[in-house]
Design a protein around this ligand. Structure first.
Ligand code: MCA
Ligand code: AMP
Length: 500
């Protein structure tokens, strides 16, 4: 194939009048229309001088045009780098500089803030608003709706997705065309997606879940999506009778269960509810089945690997587990010290290998070496166990990570900012149980001797530097942090103390 990713996901639907995106107002965008928009955007990008392999960073609201930008990058052989819309200019500057992006697409509202940075880095900037307007589409409109697909190999890069790390510095996970294709094809088959499906799409499209899992699976199977700008429980309930499948983080499911209108009758036409990105509580699984008769299908993945495991489509979907390794994916549980596999049933580090596993971290050979073994196994940082029937459970994390509403938050990144605040000697950031988001962020601060910490001033100081979802919901003050004999902060004790 000339361009495996574009051809597999999009090119095969060229010229078809079948629906691809359905919008809340009832408007339908066919495959042909969508691909026409993508082609125009591909022209605009190449006209701007971008060459295959160049990175296109995008911090844009979810819209059909934003999705077409992804398809356009695939068609033009560009590397797509989507960014969370909540990131501040401070956070963005690192991603744009580190990736060497030559083009930045941002919301018109963000343009003034990003222009000095882009000027300094020699990156071009174009706008794309939530309504699909802006400089990008103005450029695109000047071109025809056919674009000659740029030839690529399966091993060529398709996307960069930044994931934070325990050191606080984000790493650009390099995903190849083959990584994305293999997972899309496997999942579509595993979850029995066909062109008759209509996926309720309410996830953001700047992360693996909404962009690759939801979009690629829909695209590869010729199905359609009801494409909502964001999660809105009322909209989901209104539109569910028109859909056949939903993919969401656990918060979607707990919020749906909080609605009286969410009934068995409402879900009668649905064939599949999928959950991932964070642990689904067994009680949510049970309550969901009681209410709707459907068993949620839980799966497990990562930015670096796409999806690794899934509960079965047919057969038992076991609450509290993430199912079995997907076809083509190998998974083992190893001892952290020795790297050897632990006896069946015991807890250890989850390692995975397969065509889904990324190529490495951009310009970070040391980090890549530390997490991606030479034999191809990737150390996920998750702790797991495999039961006698082969079901994998995630029992904890070896990495210091908080997952709030499906967003990953690395405490170190927040601690670094808190430590700089006036009066703060040191800090520890923990995740505590939260009924809506699963976990929420609490910051524990230790004052410098004789200093007083002004909580409000600290919170205000975080506004410009950390995305809202990373900011602590609560700040606690302690004289000192509990440490073990090795001097390591005992976050478990902090969680016990402040978790209530
Ligand atoms: C919004 N806020 C949050 C979050 N989302 N705070 C903490 N954690 C969050 N996840 C902030 C808002 O800025 C707002 O701040 C306040 O919380 C209330 O917002 P609310 O209206 O309740 O939020 P929402 O807009 O309804 O969003 C909640 C959400 C959303 C629907 C759960 O966060 C979401 O769509 N999450 C999905 C994330 C996702 O796609 N993850 C996949 C990553 P203020 O106080 O200023 O009002 S990919 C991945 O993990 C791997 C690969 C995998 O396996 O999938
Ligand atoms: P990310 O770095 O955003 O790709 O998030 C990946 C992490 O999310 C994994 O390493 C897990 O810790 C977590 N995760 C994803 N799916 C699940 C799940 N079904 N259950 C528990 N944790 C999950």
């Amino acid at each position: 194939m000339a361009n495996p990713l574009y051809d597999t996901l999009f090119g095969r639907h060229d010229g078809k009048d079948t629906p691809f995106l359905m919008l809340r107002d009832g408007a339908k965008i066919t495959h042909a229309d969508f691909l026409g928009r993508a082609a125009r955007i591909a022209h605009a990008l190449t006209d701007a001088g971008l060459k295959p392999g160049d990175r296109v960073a995008a911090q844009v609201e979810k819209s059909p045009e934003a999705l077409a930008l992804y398809a356009a990058c695939a068609q033009a052989g560009l590397v797509f780098l989507p960014l969370n819309t909540a990131y501040t200019v401070d956070e963005l500057s690192y991603f744009i500089e580190d990736s060497g992006a030559r083009m930045v697409i941002c919301d018109p509202v963000g343009e003034a803030g990003l222009t000095p940075l882009c000027d300094r880095l020699g990156a071009q900037i174009l706008t794309l608003g939530a309504d699909g307007h802006g400089g990008l589409m103005a450029q695109a409109a000047r071109h025809e709706d056919r674009f000659e697909t740029v030839a690529r190999e399966g091993s060529d890069l398709a996307a960069f997705l930044y994931t934070s790390g325990t050191t606080g510095r984000s790493k650009g996970a390099m995903l190849t065309q083959d990584n994305l294709i293999s997972n899309a094809v496997t999942l579509a088959e595993h979850w029995r997606f066909t062109q008759d499906d209509v996926l309720l799409h309410a996830l953001p499209i700047f992360h693996t879940h909404g962009l690759f899992v939801a979009t690629n699976v829909t695209a590869v199977s010729g199905a359609a999506m009801i494409f909502l700008p964001k999660f809105d429980v009322g909209a989901l309930i209104d539109l569910m009778p028109k859909a056949t499948a939903l993919m969401g983080v656990p918060t979607f499911y707990t919020r749906l269960l909080g609605e009286e209108r969410f009934t068995k009758q409402l879900t009668a036409g649905m064939r599949l509810f999928i959950s991932g990105s964070a642990p689904l509580l067994a009680e949510t699984h049970v309550e969901f089945e009681k209410r709707t008769g459907h068993r949620i299908l839980e799966r497990y993945g990562m930015t670096e690997t796409n999806m690794n495991t899934s509960n079965p489509y047919e057969g038992e979907r076991r609450a509290g587990t993430v199912g079995f390794p997907l076809p083509g994916v190998e998974l083992k549980i190893t001892d952290r010290e020795t790297g050897e596999e632990v006896p069946q049933g015991e807890v250890g580090l989850i390692e995975v290998r397969g065509p889904n596993v990324f190529k490495g971290y951009w310009q970070m050979p040391e980090k890549t070496k530390a997490e991606l073994r030479e034999d191809g196994f990737f150390l996920t940082g998750d702790l797991g166990r495999i039961d006698a029937d082969g079901y994998v459970s995630i029992v904890g994390r070896d990495k210091d990570l908080i997952i709030s509403g499906g967003y990953n938050i690395y405490p170190k990144e927040i601690e670094l900012v808190l430590d700089e605040q006036p009066g703060v000697l040191e800090s520890a950031v923990i995740g505590v149980k939260d009924a809506d988001f699963g976990e929420s962020v609490v910051g524990v601060l230790v004052p410098r001797p004789g200093a007083e910490i002004d909580r409000d001033a600290v919170m205000a100081a975080l506004q410009g530097s950390l995305a809202r979802f990373k900011q602590p919901r609560r700040l606690e003050i302690l004289d000192e942090l509990p440490r073990n004999t090795m001097g390591k902060v005992q976050k478990n004790l902090l969680r016990e103390r402040f978790g209530g």
